[in-house]
Design a protein around this ligand. Structure first.
Ligand code: GTP
Ligand code: MG
Length: 372
């Protein structure tokens, strides 16, 4: 619908652009020949000119490439994949500290190569089983990911500081988590603190229908300390139990699909996207589309900063080679050729730009008279 400009419509039905413009003007709409017409405007014009207007989504092929990727999934190739765990919670309750502590506890110091800076996603090994963690992408990004179908999260950990209890953002997170339908584990952090009060947290959570297992409910509460590492093994074991019940499966041979959890423009390296693989295997040389960006994967570094040739199911790493920085929450899909990837992404990018432009130039008569 929004793909049709005034002059395109005029051409298509053998009218001049000014004829179309004057009809719209008569209806109180002031448009230029480059403006996009909405579905209802198209219908009105159709009636006015006595022609039948059928509205076809010109972006259809471009907009469904993510779904097309799913058609490539073959259940006979299914293998168990590691869980992807998202950590959420109120500001300063220790999400990042907890992630960093888990990582430093679980990645052998030699392997970590002295990495001290925080990264937003990584995979650890707990007794031979992998778990991928993602730092909270922020609520807006989390919702965006869900609405785009880029929701990679299998299990949600809600972090609540034992000395601070349930706060407004905790409540928000609870409703997000419940809406997602993912299993939830509550990590009661900062239990090393003297003012820590596990029972207070449990009571506050129980009031919000998050009743602890030991109180007859179904939510696991694990006391942890991101400061000294208490409870971290317990937390990881619990994640694995939940994960087993979910029976997470994916096809490593399908067309690769994943999600961008973070992205940035790095000096000297260009756009860098942190990606989690959901299906298939991401390889160097793949032609990928991430929303309005595209590129041939030039290099992949894993979560330890080491170059790798591919990323497997639920694995995460940084991908180089995109033409621009994708939005976080974007779905990543591979295409058969660079040409296809480029066409899809540029069509989307042009469309987005044109829409923006049209929004800023389109003025109704009412608005006009307000200006005079
Ligand atoms: P935002 O990302 O800003 O929402 O915060 P966050 O939830 O990631 O919290 P962060 O990890 O930045 O920790 C906030 C503060 O709490 C820091 O000063 C941490 O050192 C402290 N902190 C985190 N975990 C613990 C803990 O287990 N014990 C104690 N004593 N302090 C902690
Ligand atoms: Mg943080």
């Amino acid at each position: 619908p929004e793909e049709c400009r005034v002059y395109e419509f005029a051409e298509a039905c053998g009218k001049t652009a000014s004829e179309v413009i004057s009809v719209l003007f008569g209806l109180g709409m002031l448009v230029t020949k480059n403006d996009f017409l909405k579905q209802d405007e198209l219908e009105i014009l159709g009636e006015e000119f006595g022609i039948e207007v059928t509205v076809r989504d010109a972006l259809e092929d471009v907009n469904y490439v993510e779904e097309y990727a799913d058609e490539d999934i073959d259940e006979t190739n299914y293998v168990t994949r590691p869980p992807v765990v998202t950590i959420m919670g109120h500001v300063d309750h220790g999400k990042t500290s907890l992630l960093d502590k888990i990582r430093s506890a679980k990645v052998a110091s030699g392997e970590a190569g002295g990495i001290t800076q925080h990264i937003s996603a990584y995979t650890v090994d707990q007794n031979g089983q992998k778990i991928t963690f993602v730092d909270t992408p922020g609520h807006a990004a989390f919702s965006a990911m869900r609405s785009r179908g880029a929701d990679v999260t299998d299990i949600i950990i809600i972090v609540v500081a034992a000395d601070d209890g349930v706060k407004p953002q905790t409540e928000e997170v609870i409703s997000h988590a419940k809406a997602s339908g993912c299993p939830i584990i509550v990590a009661v952090n900062k239990i090393d603190k003297e003012s820590a009060n596990m029972d207070m947290v449990k009571a506050q959570m129980a009031e919000r229908e998050m009743t602890p297992v030991d109180w007859g409910g179904d939510v696991e509460f694990i006391g942890v300390s991101a400061l000294n590492g208490t409870g971290i093994d317990d937390l990881l074991e619990n994640i694995l139990i939940q994960s087993e019940m979910l029976e997470l499966k994916a096809d490593p041979t399908a067309k690769v699909k994943g999600a961008v959890v973070e992205s940035l423009l790095e000096k000297g390296r260009g756009p860098v996207a942190t990606i989690i693989v959901q299906n298939g295997t991401l390889k160097v040389g793949d032609n990928i589309v991430c929303d309005t960006t595209y590129g041939r994967v030039k290099a992949i570094t894993n979560d330890q900063g080491k170059p790798v040739k591919e990323l497997g199911l639920s694995e995460t790493g940084n991908v180089l080679g995109l033409n621009d920085v994708p939005v976080s929450g974007a779905v990543m899909v591979a295409q058969d050729s660079e040409k296809e990837a480029r066409e899809i992404a540029t069509t989307r990018a042009e469309h987005a730009r044109a829409k923006e432009l049209s929004k800023s130039t389109k003025v109704t008569l009412e608005e006009m008279s307000g200006l005079i």
